[in-house]
Design a protein around this ligand. Structure first.
Ligand code: SAH
Length: 340
C-alpha cells in the first residue's frame, strides 16, 4: 500500500494516471489530504470509482493523541501520540514571540545512545515516515485550532539517521499547497553524523542546522556521545565549516551543561577556541534531569562563567529558556515510561 501523504503532488498525479484516472484529480486529492481527511471516502468531490481504486492501492496514515499535557506556567503543550502500528512518539508545541513552534520526533526511539538523553533509554524501534512527521503538525493544529509557523526537528530520534524521509518531509511541509511552512522557519538538530551533514549541504535547503556538541574535546565527547567514536570532533567541525561555506548559513551549536561533566571554565575556553571565527551561535542548555540517570544541571555561577568565557571569543551565545518545565516538555521520558 502506498503511503499517499508521503507523496509529492507530481507523484500523486502519477499514481492517479497509473490507475487510469484523470490527471487533474491529483490536486483535489492533495488538498483533501491536507484538510486532514482520514479516508478516501471523505473526499466528497472525488468520483466513487476513483475512491475505490485509491483505497485498493493507497492508504492515509493517521496518528492519535494518547496523552496530552498543558503547562500551567507558559501554555506549552506536550503530546504523546500513538502511530498506526502502536508506536509512541512525543511532540511539543510552544508559543514564542516569533511564532508558534513545534518540536517534532523523527524516529520512534533512537540508536545514538547519548548518555544524558531520555530518547535512547528503550533503544530504537523504527524510522518515522514523512507522513508521520506531517501528521504531528496537522493533529496538533487541529487539536489547538492554531497554526504552527516554526518547526524544530529536536524531538525523539536522530533526523540525519532517517535522512531520506526527513528531507522528503522538509520539501513536503514547504509545499505551498500543503502546510506551506518556510524553510527559514525550520531547524534541524543532529548529534553530528558528519557525512550526512556533507550531504545536507548539497540539498539547497535554507533551514537552520543545529549541531549537538556537548563537549569541547574528543575524549569527553566520546564518553557522553557514542556517535563521536564514529565521527570525530575534528571531522564533525570540518563538515560544519564546509556546510557554512556551501550554504552561507550560520550553524547553531547546542551544548548541554552538565554539572562536573562538561561545564568547567577550561572547557568553555577550549570551546571558544574551537569555534572562534566560525559563522555560528552557541546555545547553552542547562541539562534537564532524567529520572533514570544521575547527572545534574550546572550551577548558575558555572553557567555564567561558561557564557562569559565563550563571549570573549566574540561568539554569540545564549542560555536556552526552558518552556513547559512542569510537564517535562523537553525529554523523551513520556515515551520511555510508556514502553517500559
Ligand atoms: N538527535 C538530535 C535531535 C534530538 S535532541 C540531536 O542529537 O541533536 C535535541 C537536543 O536536546 C540535542 O541537542 C540533545 O543533545 C539535547 N538533549 C538531549 N537530552 C537532553 C537533556 N537531558 N537535557 C538537555 N538537553 C538534552
Amino acid at each position: 500500500m502506498t503511503d499517499i501523504l508521503s507523496l509529492f503532488p507530481g507523484e500523486i498525479e502519477e499514481l492517479i494516471v497509473s490507475i487510469g484516472e484523470k490527471r487533474f484529480r491529483a490536486s483535489q486529492v492533495f488538498s483533501w489530504l491536507y484538510k486532514g481527511v482520514k479516508s478516501f471516502s471523505d473526499m466528497s468531490n472525488i468520483p466513487k470509482e476513483l475512491i475505490a481504486k485509491l483505497s485498493e492501492s493507497a492508504q492515509i496514515k493517521s496518528i492519535s493523541i494518547e496523552e496530552k499535557f498543558v503547562s500551567q506556567i507558559d501554555g506549552t503543550v506536550k503530546y504523546l501520540y500513538r502511530l498506526d502500528d502502536g508506536e509512541m512518539i512525543e511532540t511539543v508545541f510552544m508559543r514564542y514571540k516569533h511564532g508558534n513552534t513545534i518540536c517534532l520526533s523523527t524516529q520512534a526511539g533512537c540508536k545514538m545512545g547519548c548518555d544524558f538523553c531520555a530518547s535512547t533509554i528503550n533503544g530504537f524501534r523504527r524510522n518515522l515516515l514523512p507522513s508521520e512527521m506531517l501528521l504531528q503538525i496537522m493533529c496538533c493544529e487541529r487539536d489547538l485550532a492554531e497554526k504552527v509557523s516554526n518547526i524544530v526537528l529536536m524531538g525523539i530520534g536522530e533526523p540525519l539517521d532517517n535522512y531520506d524521509n526527513v528531507v522528503r518531509f522538509l520539501r513536503l511541509v514547504n509545499n505551498e499547497k500543503g502546510l506551506n511552512i518556510g524553510m527559514r522557519h525550520i531547524s534541524l538538530s543532529t548529534c553530528g553524523i558528519a557525512d550526512k551533514i556533507d550531504r545536507l549541504a548539497q540539498e539547497n535547503l535554507p533551514i537552520t542546522l543545529s549541531v549537538s556538541l556537548h563537549a569541547s574535546d574528543q575524549k569527553k565527547r566520546e564518553e557522553i556521545m557514542p556517535v563521536a567514536r564514529k565521527w570525530s570532533l575534528e571531522q564533525l567541525l570540518a563538515s560544519c565549516r564546509q556546510y557554512i561555506k556551501k550554504t552561507g548559513r550560520r550553524i547553531s551549536f547546542e551544548y548541554a551543561l552538565i554539572s562536573g561533566v562538561n561545564d568547567s571554565g577550561e572547557e568553555a575556553d577550549r570551546l571558544g577556541k574551537l569555534l572562534s571565527g566560525m559563522l555560528c551561535h552557541v546555545n547553552l542548555i542547562p541539562v534537564n534531569p532524567v529520572k533514570e540517570k544521575s547527572f545534574k544541571k550546572s550551577e548558575k555561577s558555572s553557567i555564567e562563567v561558561f557564557t562569559r568565557t565563550i563571549e570573549k571569543y566574540r561568539i554569540s551565545v545564549t542560555v536556552r529558556r526552558r518552556l513547559g518545565s512542569d510537564i517535562n516538555a523537553s525529554c523523551g521520558q513520556l515515551r520511555a515510561n510508556h514502553s517500559s
